[in-house]
Structures are given as C-alpha cells and as structure tokens.
Design a protein around this ligand. Structure first.
Ligand SMILES: *[C@@H]1O[C@H](CO)[C@@H](O)[C@H](O)[C@H]1NC(C)=O
Ligand SMILES: *[C@@H]1O[C@H](CO)[C@@H](O)[C@H](O)[C@H]1NC(C)=O
Length: 208
C-alpha cells in the first residue's frame, strides 16, 4: 500500500513538473518591469500590410540589479484594447495566461541580453492578417522554461491610454472575389465547351 501511494505521489509530481505547474502562470502575478513604447500615437490609424510600428523595450532603470537575471526571451505582442474585446469571447482577457486571448498577434521574439541595458528596438510591418481593431503592444519576458516572468506594455494598467487602431487590408477580399468569379465562369464555360466537342465527336462517329 505504501509503495502504491508513493507511486501515485511520484507520478503526480512528474505530471506536475511536466507541464501543468509551469504552464499556469497568472498575469496578476507578473511584475511590470519592462518599459515598452510603440511608435503609433494615441488614436492613430494604421493600415495593415502597409504601415510599420517601431517598438522599443528596456528594463526599467529604477529596479534593483538582478531583477532580470532569469529573463531569456522577450516576446512582443499586439493586444486587443478593451473596446475591441467587448462582446467578443474569442478575445477575452483571462488571468491564466495560457487561456488569455488578449494578445493574439505575435510581433517578434528576441533573446534577452541582461548585460546590455540599452533600449532595444524592433520595426514591424503590420501583417496583412491583422483584423481591424484597437490595440496596444505588450512585451513578455520569458525564463529558460519558457514561462512568463515579467511584462511591460505601452498602455496603463487599465488599458485606456496610448491605444491605436489598425485598419484591415481593404480590397483584398474584393480582388479575391473577382478572381474566384473569373475562375468559376472559366470552368463552367470550358465544361460546356468540352461537352459540346464530345457531343460533336459522338455525332460524327455515329453518322459514319
Ligand atoms: C519605471 O518604474 C517606475 C516605478 O514603477 C515608474 O514610475 C516609471 O514610470 C517607470 N519608467 C518608465 C520609463 O516607464
Ligand atoms: C546592445 O544593444 C544594442 C541595440 O540592440 C546593440 O546595437 C548593441 O550592439 C548591443 N551591445 C552589445 C554589447 O551587445
């Protein structure tokens, strides 16, 4: 019995270490240590597929030395502002980060160099598949287990300042639609054409 109990405890521990313990990081437990800026001004409207965003990040200088000793990677993400999450469960904010849907668009992941305190910069062309919405930028610091350990963002805690808009690519759907209509018409026409040829062939051979 004791041995069985031990096995159960051991397997629970392994299961825990294997994922569930590391996986459940809550946003509310993260410290805001990164100073993040993004080039768009409050209320600016950017065009997906055309406009660029320059993001900068650096460790806040007021923090004690060693704060960033566990940081291995910085991931920059584009995040939905509350106004664009309203009535949209698929963009809902959850405190548990692997269920959170606030920041769905990855901008970039960069290795973190703790010895280099200069402001880091990344220029990103807004990808064409980014939907029309109001956004801010957030940076997560990940440790060597790929778990979030800290963050920074371009907006305040209430996510109400420094928000910008992105307009979806226009004309893409229209041109795609025209294209598919052309192809449909072409295939119907060619179907009739070959049907007609076949019929003629059939007639020609039967009249011989
Ligand atoms: C750094 O952190 C302090 C304290 O939290 C804050 O007041 C300050 O605004 C931060 N610096 C920047 C550049 O965001
Ligand atoms: C520190 O970061 C800056 C900006 O990315 C870079 O230009 C510079 O070469 C880095 N310095 C060192 C010593 O790695």
């Amino acid at each position: 019995m004791a041995a069985q109990g031990l096995v159960v405890v051991a397997s629970l521990l392994i299961f825990c270490l294997a994922g569930s313990c590391y996986g459940k990081v809550h946003f509310s437990t993260l410290k805001r240590t990164l100073d993040v800026t993004a080039s768009p001004k409050q209320g600016q409207v950017l065009e997906a597929g055309l406009d660029k965003i320059t993001v900068t990040w650096a460790l806040n200088k007021t923090l004690p030395a060693g704060t960033d000793s566990a940081y291995k990677t910085i991931k920059l993400k584009l995040c939905y502002a509350p106004i664009s999450q309203k009535d949209r469960a698929w963009r809902k904010t959850e405190d548990e980060l692997n269920r959170d849907k606030t920041c769905q668009h990855k901008i970039v992941a960069k290795p973190y160099d703790a010895s280099n305190k200069t402001v880091q910069r990344y220029e990103w062309l807004v990808e064409r598949d980014v939907p029309k919405a109001t956004y801010f930028v957030r940076a997560y610091a990940f440790d060597s287990n790929d778990a979030e350990v800290a963050y920074g963002q371009t907006t305040d805690g209430k996510k109400s300042t420094n928000l910008f808009e992105i307009n979806a690519v226009s004309g893409r759907h229209a041109s795609l639609d025209i294209c598919s209509i052309c192809f449909s018409v072409f295939s119907v026409v060619s179907l009739f054409f070959f049907f007609y040829i076949e019929k003629r062939k059939g007639k020609a051979s039967s009249s011989k």
